[in-house]
Design a protein around this ligand. Structure first.
Ligand code: PEP
Length: 255
């Protein structure tokens, strides 16, 4: 892996039908220059991924899954495997988004298996970590995000691509954004945790920030040390918003 560039990853969550996704991609292909396209990733719902994969052909835009199980195949009703994602052309997959941790009860040991299985299939896992409001109030942010990082990476291969996303749970979908100081502190803690995991490759792992990123805060967040990209939920659903966040982050404000 080479030095991190700035990326914007759009997590659509359970939004957009295949037709809406096709309209989005066609507009994004029209508006984003090829060099911009290569820095953008969309994450559609699993059933919409086929349509997205077809629409992305011939562009440098990439897509990823929002979730994957770790087994290759079998009696796991409702799940998708890294093998399926790979064949469909996914290059990334979220692991441990806070909605998966909180709503679906996913814990670090399971997430570690997902990271390992995805890397094994040549898909880049984006491991999400972040503290709740209570964790922050009780000064447990560092403990929580380091534990989630170590836990999620316990079986990971440092020689294979892997991304991290810092997403304070209290900032996701709430309109509340972490302050530049909070983001800087968390990302520096994470970089340190990555160095303990793999001194050789830690600096090459992009660390994304996620949590109510919008056009009006993108420039200041993008300028923070160790922020190598954004994971964007709500504001990734409209092409204009998604692209303007990327463009604003390309000329970050000095922090
Ligand atoms: C997310 O879903 O990962 C996210 C950060 O959402 P939002 O941008 O809407 O806060």
């Amino acid at each position: 892996m080479s030095k991190p560039e700035f990326y914007c990853v759009g997590n659509w969550k359970m939004n957009k039908s295949p037709a809406q996704a096709a309209e989005f991609i066609s507009k994004l292909k029209e508006q984003a220059k090829p060099e911009e396209q290569s820095r953008l990733v969309v994450m559609p719902p699993a059933l919409v991924a086929f349509e997205v994969a077809q629409q992305l052909k011939g562009s440098s835009l990439r897509w990823g899954g929002q979730n994957s199980y770790f087994e290759a195949a079998g009696a796991f009703t409702g799940e998708n495997s890294p093998q399926i994602l790979k064949e469909m052309g996914a290059q990334f997959c979220l692991v441990g988004h806070s909605e998966r941790r909180q709503i679906f009860g996913e814990a670090d040991d399971l997430l570690a298996k997902k990271v390992q299985a995805l890397q094994g299939m040549g898909i880049t896992p984006i491991l999400c970590v972040g503290e709740t409001l209570d964790d922050r109030r009780w000064n447990r942010t560092q403990e929580v995000i380091v534990r989630q990082t170590r836990g999620g990476l316990q079986a990971a291969d440092p020689t294979k691509p892997m991304w991290l996303a810092y997403e304070p749970v209290w900032a996701i979908g709430t309109g509340e954004v972490a302050t530049p100081l909070q983001v800087e502190e968390a990302h520096s803690i994470l970089r340190k945790a990555l160095k303990e995991w793999s001194a050789q490759t830690a600096n090459e792992v992009p660390i994304l920030y996620g949590g109510s990123v919008k056009a009006d805060n993108a420039r200041s967040l993008a300028g923070i040390n160790n922020v190598n990209g954004f994971l964007i939920g709500g504001a990734s659903l409209k092409v204009d918003d998604f692209l303007s966040i990327y463009r604003l982050s390309a000329s970050p404000a000095a922090v």
